[in-house]
Ligand binder design. Structure first.
Ligand SMILES: [Zn+2]
Length: 201
């Protein structure tokens, strides 16, 4: 399909249903990730390690305004739990741009790599200093790790991963039907322009 290009125009996203598969997988694994709430003193210490003070928290990766805390080491690796959890030794302040761009990559590879909107790609100032601080942060404490499959036992783990597989398969099947439906709506839309309105309320 030839698409006319115009500098001011951007087509809204036409998402595929199965394009949500990795988000669903992440949701399944994050839903069982344990959480250890930090004390205020621990958050202060974390900020200090990253060269910040209370009330002036910025994204540790790029220095933009902080909007969330991101898992420094990914919680999900290759559709499986990495074992790292939600706790202060594994969380750093982040902006939404960095959090989304980083995904499940290793923080250093991503920061210095060519990913869209990575700090290197965005030519973030003080990049080496930021990397050094995050490396120090990584050495700060031994991160808690939980062997999820071992802790819950093989019966529950198999039930849960089967459920996840079913959810993903359902998305794929739904997308196949969606493609069929779209070819019909697309044909109707093309017919409308040339042969007059066909929609009847
Ligand atoms: Zn950022």
């Amino acid at each position: 399909l030839a698409t006319p290009r115009h500098p001011d125009f951007k087509l809204p996203g036409c998402d595929r249903i199965d394009g949500r598969s990795s988000a669903i997988t992440a949701a399944f694994l994050k839903a069982i990730t344990p959480v250890v709430h930090p004390t205020a003193a621990e958050v202060d210490e974390a900020l200090q390690l990253l060269g910040m003070v209370r009330g002036r928290c910025r994204c540790a990766y790029c220095g933009d305004a902080c909007t969330e805390w991101d898992h420094l080491r990914p919680v999900v690796v290759g559709r499986l739990p990495s074992g790292y959890i939600t706790e202060i030794a594994n969380l750093v302040p982040s902006c939404g741009k960095c959090n989304q761009s980083k995904g499940n990559s290793h923080w250093r590879t991503w920061m210095l790599g060519p990913a869209a909107r990575s700090p290197a790609t965005r030519h973030v100032p003080d990049l080496a200093l930021r990397v050094d601080r995050l490396a120090a942060y990584e050495r700060w404490r031994e991160p808690i790790r939980v062997d999820v499959a071992a802790v819950v036992g093989s019966d529950l783990w198999t039930r849960y991963t089967t459920m996840l597989d079913q959810a993903v398969r359902y998305l794929v099947e739904s997308q196949q039907l969606a493609a069929e439906l779209r070819s019909l709506t697309q044909a109707a839309a093309s017919g409308t322009r040339s042969a007059g309105a066909t929609f009847q309320a």
